[in-house]
Each structure stands twice: as C-alpha cells, then as structure tokens.
Design a protein around this ligand. Structure first.
Ligand SMILES: Cc1cc2nc3c(=O)[nH]c(=O)nc-3n(C[C@H](O)[C@H](O)[C@H](O)COP(=O)(O)OP(=O)(O)OC[C@H]3O[C@@H](n4cnc5c(N)ncnc54)[C@H](O)[C@@H]3O)c2cc1C
Length: 433
C-alpha cells in the first residue's frame, strides 16, 4: 500500500513525487508518456531552445552592428538535434529525480478502478491512501492539423506556416519560425495577446511586423485542415498549419469514484490544492485556475505536498508571474486593477540597456494606496529575469519607497525597476541622461 499515488510525471507530478518521497513517504508515480510531460517534451524546453536559436540569429546581427563587430551567424538544421538532446537529458533527469528520492515508477496509463485502487493499462494494480492528480492537458487541435506541441518539435523549417491562435504559444511559434526563415501568417479571432496591456501588444505587433509575420487579427476561423485555414475573410494556405487555440484538461478515467468537482477548464481545488475529497489533490494544467504554466504547476506540487503531510501552505496566483518568450519578452505579475498609482521607466533611459543595445521596452510597476507593489510588467529583453524581482516585491508587499531606496548594481538592466520606483519620489536621475 502506497501512501501516495501521483498520476502523471510532468512539471507538477515529478516535483510532488520527489518532494514527498524525500519526506520518506512511500510514493508511486504512473506515467504513460515521457517524463517531464509537456514542459520538457513539447512545451517550454523545445520552444525556448528554438526561441534562443531564432533570437540569436537576429540578436548577433543587431549587436554586431551596434558594437562594431563583424558577426555572421547562419542557421543550421543541427539546432533541431541539439534541441532533442536537451529535451531527452531533462526528461531522464525528471525520472531520476523521482527514483533517486525513493519513489516507485510505473510506466503506462493509470486509471482509478475504486477508491484507493488504480490500475495501469499493463494490468498492474496500485493501492494507495492519497491521490495526487497531475495528468496535465492536451491541445485542442482539429484532426490532421499540427498542434503547438508538434510545432515546437518540427525537424525542419517549413517554407511557409499558418499559425492559428494569438495567445502566447501562437505568438511565440510565429516569431520563432519567422526568424528561422519561414514565411509566417498569424491568424487570431480577436487581438493578439488578449489580456495583456495595450503597450505590450503594440511592442509585440511592431516586432512581429518587423520580422515579416503577417498578423491577421479579427479573423474568425471557420475550419482548418493540414494546409488550409478558412476564415470569414478568406482562405490562407501554407506548407504547415499550426493550431495554437488552447488546451483541454486531461482527466484520468475512473476519477468519478471520488466526489470531486470537475468543470470544463479542469478540476476545482482549494488554495491548498485539495479537491472536495480530502484524500485527493490536483495540481498543474488539469486544475481549473488562472495561470497554466510550468512554474505554477511546480509550485502547486510543493503546496499540495506540504498540505498532504499536515503542514499548511496556500497558492496565491496573484504572486505568480507569466512570461511570453518573444522579442521583446513580456513579463507580468500581480493585478493592475489593484493599483492606484503606476510608475514607468523606459529602457532607453537605463544605462546598461544603452550599453548593450537593448533600448526597446520599459518597466511598469503598480502600487496600492499604501504604496505596496501589487503589479509589474516588463517589456524588453531579459524580462524573464527582471519580472522575478517585481514578483518578490509583490509577494512581500515591498513599498515604492523601499524599492526606490534599495541599491541595485550600476550599470544593470534591473535599474529599470528601481528607477521606476524612484520616479515616484523624483529621485530618478537616469531619466535626464
Ligand atoms: C508550446 C508550449 C510552450 C510552453 N511554454 C511555457 C513556458 O515557457 N513556461 C511555462 O511555465 N509554461 C509553458 N508551457 C506550459 C507548460 O508546459 C504546462 O503548463 C506544464 O507542462 C503543465 O504541467 P503538468 O505537470 O500539469 O502537465 P503535463 O506536463 O502535461 O504532464 C502531465 C503528464 O501526465 C501524464 N498522464 C496524463 N494522464 C495520465 C494517465 N491517466 N496515466 C499516466 N500518465 C498520465 C502525461 O503523459 C504527462 O506526462 C508551454 C506549453 C506549450 C504547449
């Protein structure tokens, strides 16, 4: 009898399993696909590997011109095999993490056959006291059309590509393949990056247009096939059609043995990640929640594990950042609607950004009536790192004055953050450079 069964060894599952096994619980994990799940095998890792490659192609050229270097970088198909090496290294690391911690791994698809009993499709029975559902999500892709997960694993650069979906996955894929050499059309039923600020969208639209991506906003797609997309405004044809139109939670069979609440967007949980049944927790993309990212999945795994062993911890989604890996990157944390005052600082007034030739973009921070940080947005290169500083400020309610009087290294891009706070007190000397 296992103390805990974890269904799924993606970002959520492998973290929960290894944390609990290190606490000396008897843990079983069942995984039907590749260890590391979507993030490692068909999401963040392959996509950001290709993002880096495509980014470097243009960045080296740009920096060469800016710094007077004679730089020539060519794309080579070996980037795809290098990506695959990184993916398989990280996938096997995910499995080792569980096993080295003492967890037991079952290969195959797990289904619940009764309360406390699961079975794999290989016919192995697993008895357990508590259950963690970490089975993730799958793309909503029409038959015959390439999904976002498949696109980031392409082994070649298509001559032309039609991407449907203006969310982060669609926008990232469109820009990556455009920079690698495809002629890309991006089709979306409303605006790209709905829910992001107008500023962020403007920067991104400009950059996509500069890269040659044909952006077709407000195009309602009626039907798509392997090579064609039919919209109310006309038909678009390409060597490859990629659907990046959202994902559906993957609910393991037999879960109705437990009285838990499942909605279209996933399993309903409390902030402790416990479901309506105290012996069942759910974490990651399978949960109905605002932030479906790998880092939120990994955090939820820690929260669920803590609560499962009797400690107390809750997830606060307003403290979980989100980053879009485009050029410029867009990082966001917190809620702009909780802010009464905003401080902004453009990168073209940050010394390090000028030295590095990274002058496009800006920092925007929101404070509540007590002056506490409640929101942050960074648009520009390295937003993936800078947003973490604002996340810390949001999490610990750091005030504008505290941010403004914390000493950041000069010259560094992070000065964009302290300088933004300094504008609240007229202390931002950099603005006048
Ligand atoms: C193209 C793309 C880019 C992305 N980029 C980023 C990014 O940059 N940053 C970020 O934070 N997030 C990113 N994401 C999102 C991120 O990948 C997911 O949020 C994350 O992987 C969710 O983790 P999870 O563990 O909940 O689910 P998954 O990683 O999907 O893992 C679920 C696992 O459960 C297994 N499973 C399912 N059902 C069963 C069953 N019945 N029995 C046994 N095993 C089962 C599956 O095989 C899978 O391995 C991206 C996603 C995509 C598609």
């Amino acid at each position: 009898m296992y103390d805990v069964l974890v269904i799924g060894a993606g970002s959520a599952g492998y973290v929960a399993a290894s944390v609990l096994a290190r606490q000396k619980l008897n843990v079983a994990v069942v995984e039907k696909g590749k260890f590391g799940g979507t993030c490692v095998n068909s999401g963040c890792v392959p996509s950001i590997f290709l993002f880096d490659s495509s980014f470097m192609l243009s960045r080296w050229q740009e920096i060469g011109d800016y710094k007077g270097l004679d730089v020539k970088v060519d794309f080579s198909n070996s980037t795809f095999s290098k990506r695959d090496d990184v993916v398989s290294y990280l996938s096997s690391a995910g499995r080792s993490l569980i096993e080295n911690a003492g967890g037991h791994v079952y290969k195959g698809s797990g289904r619940i056959i009764d309360k406390g009993v699961a079975e794999t499709d290989e016919g192995e029975k697993i008895c357990f006291k508590k259950l963690i559902v970490a089975s993730g999500s799958v793309p909503k892709t029409p038959p015959g059309v390439m999904s976002e997960d498949e696109a980031v694993n392409l082994e070649y650069v298509p001559k032309d590509m039609i991407v449907v979906g203006g969310g982060y996955a669609g926008v990232e894929i469109a820009q990556i393949f455009s920079r690698l050499g495809s002629s890309v059309t991006l089709i979306t039923r409303s605006r790209i990056m709905k829910g992001f600020s107008e500023k962020a969208r403007e920067y991104l639209l400009q950059s996509l247009e500069f890269d040659g991506v044909q952006v077709k906003e407000f195009h309602e797609v009626k039907r798509m096939s392997e090579r064609e997309v039919y919209t109310e405004n006309g038909t678009f044809k390409g060597e490859v059609v990629v659907s990046a139109t959202g994902r559906t939670p993957l609910i393991p069979d037999g879960l109705k043995s437990y009285s838990i609440n499942v909605k279209e967007n996933g399993i309903i949980v409390r902030p402790t990640m416990m479901t309506d049944d105290p012996s069942v927790f759910a974490i990651g993309d399978v949960v109905d929640k605002p932030n479906k990212t790998a880092h939120s999945a990994m955090h939820e795994a820690i929260v669920a594990s803590y609560n499962l062993i009797g400690r107390k911890l809750e997830v606060k989604y307003n403290c979980i950042p989100q980053v879009v890996y485009t050029d410029p990157q867009i990082g966001v944390v917190g809620s702009a609607s909780h802010a009464v005052k905003f401080a902004e600082f453009p990168f073209n007034a940050v010394t390090r950004a000028t030295i590095a030739g990274m002058r496009d973009g800006e920092v925007r921070i929101g404070f509540n009536e007590k002056g506490e940080t409640v929101f942050g947005e960074v648009i520009g290169k390295n937003a993936e790192e800078l947003i973490n500083i604002i996340t810390l400020a949001v999490r610990h309610k750091i005030t504008a004055f505290e941010l403004a009087t914390t000493v950041f290294v000069h010259p560094s891009l992070s000065e964009g953050i302290s300088n933004a706070a300094k504008t609240m007190f007229d202390l931002d000397i950099d603005r006048f450079k």
